[in-house]
Write a protein that binds this ligand. Structure first.
Ligand SMILES: Nc1ncnc2c1ncn2[C@@H]1O[C@H](COP(=O)(O)OP(=O)(O)OP(=O)(O)O)[C@@H](O)[C@H]1O
Ligand code: NI
Length: 308
């Protein structure tokens, strides 16, 4: 396995007025694996914890964050020096925010730096070639990030990841702010990376985008991965989907024209014990006051007492 996230939890410690210490959990006991050549979509509503998972994998969490569990790349624990070496070389992040670009460094240098190992002239040549692939003219090389539009900045970030030759790519909302043709283009780039053998995590809140390119979809709800399903399971009336939330998502898609799901995702600031989906769940029963364990079956895995 290329990437393994095992029993991974993440939270924050905050000090409030009067120096009261408050500790809250945002991601709960996550399990996720990505194989070489595979595109795994991580789907979830805003605030469900998608970006935090990405930042946890790359070890770029804020100071007051804590994490528990294991993240392995090629079987090796991603900690300390191993993490340092992997970042930007073996694994590349296409971040959600364009603020990740260095505002004081010209675009050309930022992209060329991603081509580690090659000589200076060679790096520049490669940067130009990859920017062209992403529809950006060589003139962009001489610009500063503030001179780019949002869409251009996103392409620059994607081009850098592409050039890094990383075997794991994590793309956080790669299609946000892009028009339809550019979305298709970006999906094609990610598919090409996977065809070349990279493992790709595509983070999105757009289920259609997830289903268009991913081999598997991990569904995140309030910091819990409630189901990991193969793309083929998203078909018909959703009978091959196990978790009631995944089914509801599938049925709410425009092409299925079914009803939406009443209610909203709970906040980690007012967590109820047990399954986070229980308050909205039609299958809810007495067991849901406790977090359901992961059930693994040949089609994927899910966390639900009643499903299956
Ligand atoms: N530095 C932080 N301190 C405290 N809480 C945080 C911090 N960063 C994120 N959170 C909380 O963690 C939760 C998950 O945030 P995250 O950015 O991972 O969501 P997301 O799924 O990526 O959402 P979006 O689709 O809007 O990008 C949010 O509720 C957010 O308030
Ligand atoms: Ni996010």
């Amino acid at each position: 396995m290329l990437l393994e996230v095992k029993n991974y939890s993440l939270g924050f410690v905050q000090y409030t007025a009067g120096l009261k210490r408050r500790n809250f959990t945002v991601l709960r006991e996550m399990n996720l694996a990505v194989a070489p050549g595979e595109i795994v979509a991580v789907f979830g509503a805003s605030g469900s914890g998608k970006s935090l998972l990405a930042h946890g994998i790359f070890g770029i969490l804020p100071e007051n964050a804590w994490a528990a569990g294991e993240i392995r790349l090629g079987g090796e624990l991603l900690l300390g020096d191993r993490l340092e070496r992997a970042r930007g070389r073996e694994m590349a992040l296409i971040p959600q925010s364009v603020d990740f670009l260095d505002p004081l460094m010209k675009v050309g240098r930022q992209v060329a730096d991603a081509a580690r190992g090659a000589g200076r002239g060679e790096r520049k040549k490669r940067a130009e070639a990859v920017l062209a692939r992403y529809g950006l003219s060589p003139a962009v090389m001489g610009m500063y990030p503030f001179e780019l539009s949002g869409g251009m900045a996103r392409r620059v970030l994607a081009a850098s990841a592409f050039l890094s030759g990383a075997k794991l790519i994590v793309a956080d909302e790669p299609t946000t702010g892009l028009h339809e043709a550019a979305v298709r283009e970006e999906m094609r780039h990610l598919a090409e990376l996977a065809e070349d053998g990279a493992g790709v995590i595509m983070i999105t809140h757009d289920m259609n985008a997830a289903l268009r390119s991913a081999h598997r979809v991990a569904v995140l709800y309030a910091g819990t991965i409630v189901e990991v399903a193969r793309r083929e399971a998203f078909a018909g009336t959703g009978e091959a989907l196990m978790h009631p939330y995944t089914r509801a998502l599938w049925r709410a898609l425009p092409m299925n024209a079914f009803e939406g799901l009443p209610g909203t995702q709970p906040s980690h600031l007012s967590p109820e014990a047990g399954c986070p989906f229980a308050p909205r769940c039609s299958l809810r029963d007495g067991r849901c006051g406790e977090v359901p364990p992961v059930t693994v079956w040949e089609g994927g895995e899910f966390r639900c007492w009643a499903a299956g």
